[in-house]
Structures are given as structure tokens and as C-alpha cells.
Design a protein around this ligand. Structure first.
Ligand SMILES: C[S@@+](CC[C@H](N)C(=O)[O-])C[C@H]1O[C@@H](n2cnc3c(N)ncnc32)[C@H](O)[C@@H]1O
Ligand SMILES: [Zn+2]
Length: 262
């Protein structure tokens, strides 16, 4: 009997770019580069990850806990639905770039789900939530993914690179991004001068690469604790004065943009 080399994945070895095979306790490429697989099933593909500075460690446990309890209220279900509709039913590998704790991956219809995030804690939570998905700690700007291997790739409020999307997508593959629109969570933002607002406005347009863009807008009337969760899970928490208390009436305004790889 031959050695069990595990399941063939679209994860690429960060040393030699060959596909990784997932065994129960490890991931391995043909060149025998070896990566431990955690008890929860994820792998760490940041080379020298343990030495990486804290500044690149992504979302914290606290913000991830807030995110999970916020999602449990169903407040962002319309975003998840719009994302799932933009993607459609996917046959083959789909990759969530900056997957966080895994919420959006649970809402899409696909035969092979992959998630990456730079935050180890996020990847751990996503792996527990989605035992059938393959998750890895990795950078959005250097995806450890085999060239032209994914049927679809998406990103929700997370860093992503269109060059990397083009590299990892199969010809005809779909990409989707969810990004903030001009009025997204505006009631929670610090008041700023007009020139900054104008700059923000430009940054709140769909990406230039988009072939389709749908704007989703709705209002939320949150309990104080849910408002706190929403506030803690967004970058706003870093921008706002410590004495500001999150408002419970908020506008959601997002772009669901998509395109097809050539
Ligand atoms: C605002 S959160 C969105 C998470 C998830 N998509 C969601 O909407 O729930 C941004 C995520 O991007 C991750 N992140 C930040 N920088 C990253 C990078 N360079 N590569 C991969 N992920 C990154 C963070 O750890 C965090 O989980
Ligand atoms: Zn290798």
C-alpha cells in the first residue's frame, strides 16, 4: 500500500509554489516542504510567521468576538444574500480573502470552500465554524494559491489585490468584492472637515475593475450592545474619540462589485 499523501488542494507551498496535499496533521508539497496542521484543521502559510511583527497580525480576538455576536443578530444578512447572489452556485474552489471568522463563507453555495486571513485567531474561528472548508493564515497580497486554480474569489471589507485575483482565478472565473459606499456607518464616523469627506467619497466608489456593481443600502436600529459590537468590529474604533458612544441608528451602504477573469 502506498503512503497516503492526503487531499490535493489549491493551496500552494510558500517555498516552491507546488500544490499542497492536506493530511490529518500536516500539509506537504511534492518537494516535501512540510506545514503543521492545527487540531482545528487550518495551516499557517506565512513563512516565518512566528517572527512576523504584531502590526501584520490582523483582527484581534476581541474584535472577532464582537463580529461573531454582531453577525448572530442577522443584521448583515442582506449583505450575505447579495454576495451569494453575485457569486451564484460555484462548482470548484472558491476563496474568501480576509475571511475573518467565516460568516460569509457559510452563506455561499460552493463545492470547495477556502478561506485565508492574516489573523491566526480569525482562521482558527473560521476553521471551527466550517469543518469542510480549508483555511490558512496567509496574506491577501501574496496568496498561497496555485495559479489559475480557483473558480471564484471574493473579499468582504478586507484587503485584496486585483493582480492576485487575476493570477489565482481560472479563465472565466468570477470575483466579487464588498466595499463601503459613501454613507456606510456614517452615524458612527467622527465628524471631519469637508475636504476629508470628499476624499472619503471618492474612496467609496466601486473598484475601477468592476464589470457590475450593485449598491445595497438599508438602515439598522440596533440594541446598545449590538451597536457596541458593530463599532468594535470596524476600523472606526481606532479613529474615534474614546468618549464617543456608538449610536444605535446606523445606515448600511455597500457596493457588491463583480467581474470575470479573462
Ligand atoms: C473588516 S475585517 C472583515 C472580515 C470578514 N471578511 C468579514 O466581513 O467578517 C478585515 C479582515 O482582513 C484581515 N486582514 C487584514 N490585513 C490582511 C492581509 N494583509 N491579508 C489577509 N487578511 C488581512 C483581518 O485580519 C480581518 O479579518
Ligand atoms: Zn514546497
Amino acid at each position: 500500500m502506498g503512503t497516503d499523501i492526503g487531499i490535493l488542494t489549491v493551496f500552494a507551498c510558500p517555498h516552491c509554489t507546488m500544490p499542497l496535499h492536506l493530511g490529518q496533521y500536516e500539509a506537504r508539497c511534492e518537494n516535501n516542504h512540510l506545514f503543521d496542521r492545527s487540531r482545528d484543521g487550518y495551516i499557517n502559510l506565512v513563512v516565518g510567521g512566528r517572527l512576523a511583527p504584531n502590526s501584520t497580525s490582523g483582527d484581534t480576538s476581541e474584535s472577532l468576538r464582537s463580529r461573531r455576536s454582531f453577525f448572530a443578530t442577522g443584521s448583515y444578512a442582506p449583505i450575505a444574500t447579495a454576495l451569494a447572489e453575485a457569486l451564484g452556485d460555484i462548482t470548484g474552489p472558491i476563496l474568501d480573502v480576509g475571511c475573518g471568522e467565516g460568516y460569509y463563507l457559510t452563506h455561499i453555495n460552493a463545492t470547495e470552500k477556502y478561506g485565508i486571513d492574516i489573523s491566526k485567531k480569525a482562521v482558527q474561528m473560521a476553521s471551527k465554524l466550517l469543518p469542510d472548508a480549508h483555511c490558512a493564515v496567509a496574506s491577501a497580497f501574496r496568496l498561497p494559491i496555485v495559479d489559475h486554480s480557483c473558480a471564484a474569489v471574493f473579499s468582504v471589507f478586507a484587503p485584496h489585490s486585483f493582480e492576485e485575483y487575476a493570477r489565482v482565478l481560472k479563465p472565466g472565473g468570477t470575483w466579487v468584492t464588498v466595499t463601503p459606499g459613501p454613507h456606510h456607518l456614517q452615524q458612527m464616523r467622527p465628524k471631519r472637515d469637508l475636504s476629508i469627506d470628499e476624499r472619503e467619497e471618492r474612496r467609496s466608489e466601486p473598484p475601477a475593475q468592476a464589470q457590475h456593481a450593485e449598491r445595497i443600502q438599508f438602515d439598522l436600529n440596533l440594541s446598545p450592545s449590538t451597536a457596541n459590537d458593530l463599532f468594535s468590529m470596524t476600523p472606526l474604533v481606532w479613529q474615534t474619540a474614546a468618549d464617543a458612544s456608538p449610536t444605535t441608528q446606523v445606515s448600511v451602504d455597500v457596493w457588491v462589485s463583480s467581474g470575470t477573469s479573462l
